[in-house]
Ligand binder design. Structure first.
Ligand code: UTP
Length: 294
């Protein structure tokens, strides 16, 4: 039986929707409370049982590499100050998993970023987690996909039903439900218009993909937005192999857009025992103020 042992995080995009914050720093490093977005993703991968991770980086993305590296100077300072708790946290960060890096020289699109992982992946099924999509769930979202992969031994994509007026923001499935929450995919369309969308089942930032995607990506042409789209390559693969969508359990935040980022920040802060009391009180006062008659 084939097992998923490697994960890829494409994090080389320009982050245009979050300018000017992303002019010189990666959007994947924007903190949600006190942890950069990409750390939540790395932790989800590790909790799912995968220990080999490739991060696709690009221009202005050095801080991602530094974040997961050992920081001797910081460790010495924390030791001198006797701050054992912070010292342990920083040391743990440096040895979270085996993290490898490769550069996407130009941000030509998500499909191209995934193609940059071919040497790392070779001929195994692999997971892809987008660097700006965070999922909060009891069982890690990636683990849920891996459980389905173990059964079907074929490409599995995380999906969520979105309102009709939002279909043009996503890759959308043409699919039939085989079991509750499990869809057999017959086609995929990147960012269709409302009239042309085959369903409201949208692709979220988690995939398990068969290595057969690489020959398809090798010959891929730019699609929607002039970018080499992963959805277009999956569309071709879907004609050759079985492909499934999984409506996962959990809440997904697109932290690459401003509203999604704010929602994640508020909800993650409310879930933090060390912050929730004071923060809840602050929000209560704020809500009362907002609701006051003007
Ligand atoms: P997005 O489309 O959300 O990222 O891609 P973007 O292009 O940075 O976003 P905007 O529209 O400019 O704000 C999803 C993920 O794929 C990565 C991004 O870093 C993000 O984590 N990506 C995208 C790449 O690695 N390379 C690319 O060429 C495009």
């Amino acid at each position: 039986m084939k097992k998923v042992k490697k994960a890829v995080i494409p994090a080389a995009g320009l982050g245009v929707r979050f300018l000017p914050a992303t002019k010189a720093q990666p959007k994947e490093m924007l903190p949600i409370v006190d942890k950069p977005a990409i750390q939540y993703i790395v932790e989800e991968i590790i909790e799912s049982g995968i220990n080999e991770i490739l991060i696709i980086t690009g221009k202005s993305k050095r801080s991602i590499v530094d974040h997961f590296d050992k920081s001797l100077e910081l460790e010495v300072r924390l030791e001198e100050k006797g701050n054992a708790e912070l010292l342990e946290m920083v040391q743990e960060l440096g040895k979270l998993a085996d993290i490898y890096y490769t550069r996407q020289k130009e941000p030509l699109g998500l499909g191209h970023a995934v193609y940059c992982a071919r040497q790392f992946v070779r001929d195994e099924p692999f997971a892809v987690l987008l660097g700006d999509d965070i999922v909060q769930s009891d069982r890690p979202c990636l683990r849920q996909l891996m459980d389905l992969y173990d059964q079907v031994q074929s490409t599995v994509i995380a999906v969520m039903e979105v309102p009709q007026e939002e279909v043009s923001k996503y890759g959308i499935l043409d699919a039939v439900q085989e079991q509750p929450g499990i869809y057999r995919i017959s086609d995929l369309v990147e960012k269709p218009s409302q009239d042309n969308a085959p369903s409201r089942l949208a692709i979220m930032g988690r995939y398990i993909i068969e290595p057969g995607i690489f020959p398809v990506l090798a010959g891929a042409e730019p699609g929607a937005g002039g970018e080499i789209q992963l959805t277009d390559a999956l569309k071709v693969l879907c004609r050759e192999q079985a492909m499934y969508g999984l409506a996962f359990q959990g809440k997904r935040y697109d932290v690459g857009n401003k509203l999604g980022y704010l929602q994640a920040t508020v909800e993650f802060a409310l879930a933090r025992p060390d912050l929730s009391g004071a923060f809840r009180e602050y929000l209560r006062t704020l809500c009362a103020k907002i609701n006051e008659p003007v």
